[in-house]
Write a protein that binds this ligand. Structure first.
Ligand code: NG1
Ligand code: MG
Length: 527
């Protein structure tokens, strides 16, 4: 089964939508945009020129596989980061002033390099302005490339005054960081390229996808694709190969029920940058080493063009099929073909790695990829700092291939025209989400007791599927529920989970969201 062209051509050819005046925005977005305009005026004493906004996202299924180029299924949510912006006249020294409605993020001001050189980011300093700088930097590089004639060396960016209003939980797995960076990059492009330039969604996704690498997180591109390309009432099927592409899909029309997702924050804060050496970045290293262990064992050469340029598990899958099954082409994305290739991969993982279920030492891993320990350290352990006792290649690889398979099964359900009974959809999609949670917990070890507790409560009260979302280690959970069960599940979470905790001044509405898929990035002007 191949996705019909009608669907695949749909999405990324389009530009980021512009709305002329806050009144013409979808109703749900108006309040935040009006708020940030008001806050800007109070802070700066005059109005902004325009507002950019970009939403958070929840990933329904497919975690920790975007950075090895397997497809994922997120959706944008209503909660967004909005930036109100005024462009300084070019008679003034170009500077950036940042004010945030959240008091945790203090005001910042810095000058832009007068010679137009790239702004520098110090990843060893943990400050919210670093995320702003990531968005600014990728936008600057984009402008230099896209408008090579005008952005000649030596031309500086325009100075801006910015007010940020963020409504996406931070450290919560809803990608507040991606939402912020996408809103910033869009703002900087708009401030410098002017209102006539329509920003292509695909280009905005591509440039922001790697932006967090500048603050030391070796992430994939799912969050930015979801934030930029979100469409009301559609989940997004995001593919990374042969190129980054987000295709919107509606949930199947059921006879008597409506699909809803509840998002519940564990309130366990997961700081991705600080924990990266033992968590996120270590996982990226583990799956990269794993791809090379498999490649060595099966005598195939990895293309080394993937996310890490050291070979990915997806590249191994292609190389293996080329060598042993005469496949002349990389996996095209065809669902049945993908399921069959992934099933084969799971078998190879058993054959190759199950003897090492307690983990590979550096010596064992070096031998398995056929290098010295020094070469191994140079190749895999130096790009981003990591700390570990052993590398759990067996478990991590099994998670990646099985999770990639579950995403394809989920997409198959999305594409089905009808179900004998509504419960059939809920049961099947829910089972995939529950299996994903189990795999994240037991194999990828990125869950935590609080996530498990929330999932248990939700499932006992009417959720069909419950899992962590995003990187995990705390943060948010997502639950598949029919609309008729939303209140029951929400109530149970409040009574059995939140009521027992110190809410730190937050209300229940701050930690539980009921969201339908929402619109991605947009610009509001004509203010
Ligand atoms: P969160 O937890 O939302 O920051 C992270 C990565 C994604 C993806 C997921 C796990 C960033 C910006 N995003 O999401 O690319 O790998 O974890 O699926 O680090
Ligand atoms: Mg993040």
């Amino acid at each position: 089964m191949i996705l019909s062209n009608e669907l695949t051509k749909h999405q990324l050819a389009m530009s980021v939508p512009s709305f002329h005046g806050a009144e013409v925005l979808p109703v749900k977005l108006q309040k935040q945009v009006n708020d940030v305009i008001g806050e800007f005026k109070t802070a700066y004493g005059h109005g902004p020129d325009f507002v950019t906004r970009s939403p958070g996202r929840v990933n329904l299924i497919g975690d920790h596989i975007d950075y090895v180029d397997f497809s994922v299924l997120p959706m944008a949510i209503d909660n967004a980061v909005a930036c109100a912006v005024r462009v300084l006249p070019n008679t003034e020294i170009p500077s950036v002033t940042l004010i945030n409605s959240d008091p945790r993020f203090a005001q910042r001001r810095f000058d832009l390099p007068l010679d137009g050189s790239d702004i520098s980011i110090d990843p060893s300093v943990s400050d919210w302005s670093n995320y702003f700088k990531c968005g600014l930097l990728v936008a600057q590089q984009y402008l230099k490339m896209r408008f090579a004639d005008e952005f000649t060396p030596g031309r500086t960016l325009s100075g801006i005054e910015v007010f940020v209003n963020g409504k996406v939980f931070t450290g919560g797995g809803l990608s507040s960081s991606a939402a912020f960076i996408c809103a910033v990059a869009l703002a900087v492009i708009r401030a410098n390229a002017g209102p006539k330039f329509e920003v292509p969604k695909q280009e905005l996704t591509q440039i922001t996808a790697k932006a967090e690498h500048y603050v030391g997180v070796n992430n994939g591109g799912m969050d930015q694709a979801a934030s930029v390309c979100g469409e009301i009432d559609h989940a997004l099927y995001v593919e990374f190969k042969p190129e980054l592409k987000a295709t919107p899909f509606m949930f199947p029309k059921l006879k008597n029920a409506e699909v809803q997702f509840i998002i519940a924050n564990t309130m366990v804060l997961s700081n991705k940058v600080e924990t990266a050496p033992t968590n996120y970045n270590l996982r990226v290293v583990e799956v990269t080493v794993a791809a090379n262990v498999l490649a060595t064992k099966y005598g195939v050469v990895l293309e080394r063009v993937g996310n890490l340029e050291k070979g990915t598990l997806r590249e191994f899958m292609d190389a293996y099929h080329a060598r042993y099954h005469g496949a002349t082409e990389a996996w095209s994305g065809d669902i049945e073909e993908g399921i069959s290739r992934l099933t084969k991969m799971l078998q190879l993982v058993e054959d190759t790695m199950s003897g090492y279920s307690s983990g590979y030492t550096v010596q064992q891993a070096s031998e398995a990829v056929g290098t010295s320990m020094q070469e191994f350290a140079r190749d895999y352990l130096t790009d981003f700092p990591v700390r570990f006792q052993v590398l759990k290649l067996y478990q991590r690889t099994k998670h990646v291939y099985s999770e990639a398979l579950r995403v394809l099964e989920a997409l198959k359900l999305m594409l089905r025209k009808s179900f004998a009974a509504d419960a059939e959809f809920f049961d099947s999609f829910g089972q995939l989400m529950n299996a994903s949670q189990k795999s994240c917990d037991e194999l990828y070890e990125c869950s935590c007791p609080e996530t498990d507790e929330i999932c248990k409560i939700a499932r006992a009260n009417g959720a069909y599927g419950s899992r962590l979302t995003g990187a995990g280690w705390g943060g948010c959970t997502v639950h598949l529920v029919p609309r008729s069960k939303v209140n029951e599940v929400t109530q149970a979470l409040v009574e059995q989970y939140y009521a027992k905790r110190d809410m730190n001044g937050q209300t229940f509405d701050d930690v539980i969201l009921v969201s339908r898929p929402a619109l991605g990035s947009c610009i509001v002007d004509g203010l």
